[in-house]
Design a protein around this ligand. Structure first.
Ligand SMILES: [Zn+2]
Ligand SMILES: [Zn+2]
Ligand SMILES: [Zn+2]
Ligand SMILES: [Zn+2]
Length: 762
């Protein structure tokens, strides 16, 4: 136990060193320099998104007001320019100038400014900027160096461009009121905040609190829209623990790419002035975060990273709730009285059946008027399952919470924690607390609440995911996959029970979750969402094992089917091997697989085939690495060989067969071979459809990719029909306002104008 504590502290120290303050230490400067150089390398290879992330990181480490900081801003503006974010690029150029950007380098940056203005259609401003550069270059005297020659060339090119644009101005873009005007039919529930009026909140001992359709629901209908009560950005890939020079060589994580408050994607981040971890999309987010929680969290940053995201969420929850509310509910939980509002009413504690006939008023978490709101009270009433957690886990949680509270006490963060500007508490000098092994009574209350939240999180933590671009290519086809971005409490969303075949889809925008019906839901049926283990991804045994963390056994339709009858799960049927000699299906007999064709009679050990599968996966990984290094020919060769090998021992419906087709489609797309790309992607779509169903979100994303490929290949009518299919599926899962739907609409508009431009080309 003691050693555990020591380890924890040691990790914390290294983490602290890594997060060195912006006090212009040599280390911070070296780190920033290294990051900037790596950014330049990525930039040189055309990986602008990666470069942007590294420059953002460097900006967080440079001491404010240093000339290096101005260079960082200038470099970042270049990445932003290449990514097409012209407005933000201009902001960064202004920042570079205001931080004393070196004079001799200025012309290049000013040219970029002119180009930005040109792209934004601000021709006069662009011309003005150009004349500034021109006089600057001429003032610098002799211009024989190659650098100067390039600058001059660029200058004259830009001049020509401006003249051209001036002579034939582009028509002003038409206002696209089309999408914005289309608002969804939505009637909010009277007693559940953020929920549709088609739902009602029920309670019984078997299912606990749950939501039921109070009228027939159609697919795509919005059932819930809830802002997270609290959310904490997950840094993503774990940071290396050793604090050597190479420790700075960490990959850019989500902590560098998204706003730490609103989870919006960062372009030019505004870093916290005091630590190099927190970054925001705007000064406004930085200020609000500071006021609400970061003034406490800032100096605990390293500790929070070490203790993990659940502890961080627990702390931020109590900070957002405010001490008064935390104190009220903790006190209430001590008293025998179970109604936090009314001392006379006897209401069941969470988990027990409420009084019959009392309506929603007696359902745990509801306020005295029977409303269930996304409030701290609702969070407090989420089940902590205190009895079911194993003792070791509880002990670790307790230890973590106490460590956090001790740090806060020692760092004198009482006032911030208690939301008090001045009180008898804050005036107490911390040195006077000699016997400070004891936590103050207020912090004990805070600790108790935090422990409750950490325990609740095991069952109630909701991951916020985003569709993140995989290794950015040349932008022709955007390949995205869902990535966990943050961990949050959504007290209303938490009312939904789990099913391995849910009737809803959850999507996120920033910190807001939206739940939609993914199929018709008749009146009276319970609303389910999937906590993770989905029938399309795992077999019943794996699902049940994963679900054990939630302290229940899944009794959903597919689990019962798979458990009680001998129905094989869809996963095992479609991820099976075939006979290496004749490709017939294999029959399983313990660890031996036998060919189903008696004439063939081949048998192979499962271990043998698993090994071949592993080899295959390694080869695919290698191909993807080559692709990243733009060695396309080699990548194709390896992938085609993998496909041949795989056909010899994997069933044609195996998910990996689909993945290989998908990779091949991606490679051909980067080469501009659109027909080849489409051909491979269609095969991948067939397999995805077998695994996830024809109206699944997964199919929606695949069709989105196909639409992009067909669009690029000018396959107009096929592109239009694919867009239509993708639109229908994705709007059901993610709603008509989602970014992908907007992109599809833009493609459609573009295609409808296409015939004319094609004629112009030929
Ligand atoms: Zn923000
Ligand atoms: Zn900070
Ligand atoms: Zn199930
Ligand atoms: Zn065979």
């Amino acid at each position: 136990m003691v050693r555990l504590g020591c380890d924890m502290l040691r990790t914390e120290e290294t983490a602290l060193a890594r997060l060195c303050r912006r006090a212009s230490t040599d280390k911070a400067a070296a780190a920033a320099g290294a990051l900037r150089e790596r950014g330049n390398r990525e930039f040189g290879r055309g990986r602008y998104r990666a470069a942007l992330g590294l420059y953002c990181k460097a900006v967080s480490h440079e001491p404010p007001g240093s000339p290096e900081l101005s260079v960082c801003f200038a470099n970042r503006s270049a990445a932003l320019f290449h990514l097409g974010h012209f407005e933000v690029c201009l902001e960064d150029i202004a920042r570079a100038e205001s931080h004393g950007y070196p004079d001799r380098l200025l012309p290049k940056v000013l040219l970029r400014k002119a180009e930005c203005l040109l792209c934004l259609g601000r021709l006069q401003d662009a011309a003005d900027a150009l004349s500034v550069v021109e006089s600057k270059i001429h003032m610098d005297g002799l211009m024989t160096s190659p650098t100067h020659q390039t600058l001059l060339k660029k200058l004259s090119q830009l001049k020509v461009k401006i003249h051209k644009k001036e002579r034939c101005p582009e028509p002003a873009p038409e206002a696209c009121g089309d999408m914005h005007g289309k608002s969804e039919i939505w009637e909010e529930n009277d007693s559940i905040s953020g929920a549709s009026s088609s739902l009602s909140l029920n309670f019984d001992t078997e299912r606990g609190r749950h939501l039921v359709a109070s009228q027939d629901i159609v697919p795509g209908q919005r059932l819930l829209k809830e802002e997270a009560f609290v959310s904490v950005l997950c840094p993503g890939e774990s940071l290396p623990l050793q604090d050597s020079e190479t420790a700075w060589d960490t990959p850019v994580t989500n902590a560098d790419l998204y706003c730490h408050r609103c989870l919006r994607q960062l372009l030019a981040s505004v870093p916290c002035q005091r630590c190099s971890y927190a970054k925001y999309c705007s000064q406004d987010c930085a200020d609000v975060a500071w006021q609400q929680y970061h003034r406490t969290e800032c100096s605990l940053g390293a500790l929070l990273l070490t203790l993990g995201v659940f502890c961080h969420v627990a702390l931020r929850t109590v900070l957002l709730a405010g001490f008064a509310e935390v104190n009220r509910l903790v006190k209430w939980s001590h008293s025998g009285d179970k109604d936090p509002h009314n001392s006379k009413a006897r209401v069941a504690c969470p988990g027990e059946a409420p009084d019959a006939g009392a309506g929603t008023r007696s359902i745990p978490g509801c306020n005295d008027t029977g409303q269930y709101q996304s409030s701290y009270q609702a969070v407090f009433h989420l089940l902590p399952h205190t009895e079911q957690h194993n003792p070791e886990h509880k002990f670790l949680c307790m230890l973590s919470v106490v460590v956090m509270c001790k740090h806060m006490q020692e760092a004198g963060l009482h006032t911030a924690v208690l939301n008090q500007e001045s009180s008898e508490w804050s005036s107490k000098p911390k040195t006077s607390e000699k016997s400070s092994d004891e936590l103050s009574p207020e912090l004990k209350t805070v600790a108790e609440a935090m422990l409750r939240h950490v325990l609740q999180l095991q069952c109630n933590a909701q991951a916020i995911t985003v569709m993140q671009e995989l290794e950015p290519g040349d932008g022709a086809v955007v390949n995205k996959k869902p990535v966990r971005l943050a961990t949050a409490f959504f007290p209303v969303l938490s009312l939904l029970n789990h099913s391995c075949c849910p009737n809803t889809s959850v999507s996120f925008s920033g910190t807001t979750a939206t739940v939609r019906a993914s199929q018709p839901i008749p009146r009276g049926q319970e609303i389910f969402h999937c906590y993770g283990p989905h029938q399309c991804r795992m077999r019943v045994a794996e699902r049940q094992q994963l679900l054990s963390q939630y302290f229940f056994e899944c009794r959903c339709r597919v689990c019962l089917d798979e458990l009680e009858s001998d129905v094989k799960s869809v996963v095992s049927m479609r991820n099976s091997f075939c006979c290496p000699s004749c490709q017939a299906p294999m029959q399983e007999e313990e660890d031996l697989l036998c060919c189903s064709d008696e004439a063939c009679a081949t048998s192979v050990s499962r271990e043998n085939l698993s090994h071949r599968l592993w080899d295959l996966q390694q080869q695919i990984k290698k191909a993807l690495d080559l692709l990243r290094d733009r060695k396309t020919d080699q990548a194709i060769r390896i992938l085609l060989k993998c496909q041949m090998d795989a056909g010899n021992f994997l069933s044609p419906e195996h998910l990996l067969m689909g993945e290989m087709e998908d990779h091949l489609a991606q490679v051909y797309a980067t080469l501009g071979k659109w027909q080849e790309a489409a051909r491979h992607l269609k095969k991948s779509i067939e397999i995805v459809e077998m695994h996830h169903g024809p109206t699944s979100e997964e199919i929606g994303h695949e069709l989105f990719k196909l639409a992009q490929i067909l669009f690029n290949g000018f396959a107009v009518s096929e592109a239009l029909s694919t867009i239509q299919r993708a639109e229908k599926i994705l709007s059901m899962h993610c709603g008509p306002q989602s970014a992908q739907i907007q992109e599809l609409q833009e493609m459609k508009t573009c295609l409808s104008e296409l015939p004319r431009s094609i004629f112009q080309r030929t």
